[in-house]
Design a protein around this ligand. Structure first.
Ligand code: ATP
Length: 667
């Protein structure tokens, strides 16, 4: 993915965001802090609208979802149970030259010629070597001459490459090439060793056609950075390289080997900075939902299937924050954990498990839906949400994770992507898109983990199951029990529980079915607020060119936000600032609308300029109070001009109808 500066459209979007107060760099006056972003006045409104719409759609407007607001810092045990302490890591590598950090799997693959260096030394060491090696004349000849590069090139390849110049020089000073060369290089190695100097291998990748000098320049910079003054490169060898992720795409320097890097921010709770007091800033909001599952179940009078939603901050010490706000270190998530019955329980109660096609919305939830139907339902519900705030299906992409990509406990995961200007393109040149949200069918993994780590039961009691189980044939009971047992045991063994113990625990779990007990499974739609904001901004950004009467063309930006998310819903303007009657009426209109929506009152500049300012802020409607409003044409008394942002069309509307008209558009 290209950085904004390499992508002209992104560059314009980033600059507009700053200029209009959507997004600022965090701590900008101190030079900024990488991976952290602030939202300005317009951005803050946009974000608030998005979160409120998610909350309303996902919780308030549903009977079967309730909300939660948990703390950011939780017991560190939670992150052990979730696997974040042991596995929440990305392989990362650093540029050996600049120390810049990369996620190993995200380094842009490079091809070209790699220049490898065995090590480097300084001029003085090389002189000393000459004496030690007993080849002083030859060595000096090289050291003082331009052949130094040849000498270094032969450091590692003395046996197979007798360069003519080397041969000639040795001959001139009357020395036998084979022996002298060996003496020279063995001497050098020995000398470096005796000085306690380790050889430091390094390499630089050059794009095809670039002169070797550029590689040598970078390599010298690298060795100079390691304290070798005026370094002489030794042992240069070249190698053709295809699609390698081992080199920094920006300067060609070798990267360190990938190392795991835990993405959780660590802190200490209380005044003592000891290992016992370590805590983490949550890397996702989901785990709090699992940890509070039983409390919510008991206090909300919900029954499975039901969900718990949460919006909140999450923190990840991303190796390479990039693409503007797309990959940040502090961000917000909107997550739903929707708890469902395991398929065996559905089958016990309803006699069958309904599955649905993998395309399209499957309709209203049914009691006999298994995980597959619920998963498809949530994918489509989430797409509807995006469509409802202006992201059409064409702007989205979908990625169904393959069996290799899926976590071991997951049954399925569909990522909803948005086609950002910086997204990669497929073979046909179409933008592929980047993840906005993942919808995962996570089995009963999360609650099971918390049950094991906390020692508290996470299962539920279901009277319907208990009653149904008693009526099943022995054969059916066995079939369902076997399946349930196999899944439970597979999970336990995978988590390192010894075979015998796993069999015992899985048997216990399976026996619970007859008593109406089971651990719920979960479908998790997990979305990032900031990525959604960025996609709404990219989607809204439109350039409109206007040519005036004199033939001068001007490009104006119109941010075509859906009215539901637009930061300002309506601009209210008196036609003229210096007519107190107009101003008074305009302020009255503003005050009528203000309790219901974000209104921007503007009386500065020509009406055209004021409209243009609102277009850039993405305000979908403007109302203008003019002389007709005051009754110049009696039939238009108390009406206003309403202007649409997207096509500039205007119409008259009664002030008394304005509020409800606007509300019908923005809700
Ligand atoms: P990625 O593969 O891009 O790192 P992920 O698969 O790790 O993302 P999840 O753990 O599934 O992401 O998190 C759920 C959602 O949270 C993502 O779909 C994304 O919208 C958001 N998110 C995750 N990491 C970041 C981040 N560093 N900055 C902004 N949003 C993020």
């Amino acid at each position: 993915m290209a950085e904004p500066k390499e992508n002209p459209l992104m560059e314009k979007i980033v600059s507009l965001c700053k200029r209009r107060g959507f997004v600022y760099q965090s701590s900008e006056i101190y030079g900024g802090i990488n991976g952290f972003w602030d939202y300005g006045p317009l951005g803050a409104e946009l974000k608030r609208n998005v979160k409120e719409l998610w909350w309303n759609t996902m919780t308030r407007q549903r009977e079967d979802v309730v909300g939660l607001e948990a703390t950011i810092i939780m017991s560190p045990e939670i992150w052990k149970a979730s696997g974040h302490v042991s596995t929440f890591s990305d392989p990362m590598c650093d540029c050996l030259l600049t120390k810049k950090r990369f996620r190993a799997d995200q380094v842009e693959p490079q091809s070209g010629v790699a220049y490898h260096y065995a090590t480097a030394t300084d001029q003085t060491s090389l002189q000393k070597l000459a004496e030690l090696a007993g080849a002083s004349k030859a060595a000096e000849a090289f050291i003082s001459g331009k052949e130094i590069e040849i000498l270094s090139a032969l450091f590692n390849s003395v046996d197979n490459d007798h360069h003519p110049l080397l041969k000639q020089t040795f001959a001139e000073v009357g020395m036998d090439i084979e022996n002298s060369a060996h003496a020279l290089f063995n001497g050098l190695r020995g000398h470096l060793k005796s000085q306690g100097q380790k050889t430091i291998p390094f390499a630089v990748l050059l794009q095809p056609g670039k002169p070797p000098e550029s590689a040598r320049k970078i390599a010298k910079e690298f060795y100079a950075g390691r304290g070798i003054k005026d370094p002489v490169l030794l042992g240069e060898q070249t190698e053709k390289v295809e699609n390698s992720q081992r080199f920094n795409p920006e300067n060609g320097a070798l990267l360190t080997d990938p190392r795991p890097f835990n993405l959780m921010f660590k802190t200490y709770v209380g005044p003592v900075e000891s290992e016992d007091n370590v805590a983490y800033l949550r890397p996702e909001t989901a785990q709090a939902i699992f940890a509070q599952f039983k409390n919510v179940l008991e206090t909300s009078r919900q029954k499975v299937p039901f969900g718990i939603g949460q919006i909140g901050k999450a923190f990840r010490n991303e190796v390479t924050p990039r693409n503007y706000t797309f990959r940040s270190r502090e961000f917000e998530q909107m997550e739903l954990e929707f708890f469902i019955k395991p398929d065996e329980v559905i089958e016990a109660i309803h006699g069958n498990v309904v599955t649905v096609p993998e395309t399209g919305h499957p309709g209203e939830p049914q009691p006999n839906w298994g995980w597959q139907a619920w998963h498809q339902y949530w994918v489509e519900e989430r797409v509807r949400f995006y469509e409802g705030i202006g992201l059409s299906r064409e702007t989205l992409g979908f990625h169904r994770q393959t069996a290799e990509e899926l976590a071991h406990y997951a049954r399925a995961c569909v990522d909803i992507l948005f086609k950002f200007p910086f997204s990669k393109r497929d073979e046909k040149g179409e933008l592929k898109g980047e993840e906005l949200e993942g919808i995962a069918a996570r089995s009963d993994f999360d609650l099971s983990q918390h049950q094991r780590f906390s020692g508290k039961p996470m299962g539920v009691f279901d009277e319907e199951l208990r009653a149904a189980w008693g009526k099943l044939s022995e054969e059916k009971k066995k079939e369902l029990s076997d399946r349930y047992f196999a899944n439970r045991k597979k999970y336990l063994v995978k988590m390192g529980v010894a075979e015998e113990q796993a069999t015992k625990e899985a048997t216990n779990d399976t026996n619970g079915l007859a008593k109406g007990q089971y651990i719920p499974h979960v479908i998790e739609p997990s979305a990032g607020v900031d990525r959604l904001i960025l996609s709404l901004i990219c989607n809204a950004y439109t350039e409109v060119s206007k040519t005036d009467e004199k033939g001068k063309t001007e490009i104006n930006v119109v941010m075509k936000f859906h009215p539901r998310v637009a930061p300002i819903k309506v601009g209210v303007m008196p036609l003229l600032k210096n007519k107190p009657e107009l101003v008074k009426k305009a302020l009255e209109v503003r005050d009528i609308l203000r309790p219901w929506m974000n209104v921007f009152y503007d009386d500065g500049g020509s009406i055209g300029r004021r409209y243009a300012r609102q277009d850039e802020a993405g305000t979908p409607f403007c109302v203008t109070i003019d002389f007709d409003t005051l009754g110049e044409k009696p039939e238009l008394l108390d009406t206003v001009t309403l202007r649409y942002r997207d096509d500039g069309k205007q119409e008259r509307l009664k002030i008394s109808e304005l509020r409800d008209w606007l509300l019908s558009k923005i809700r």
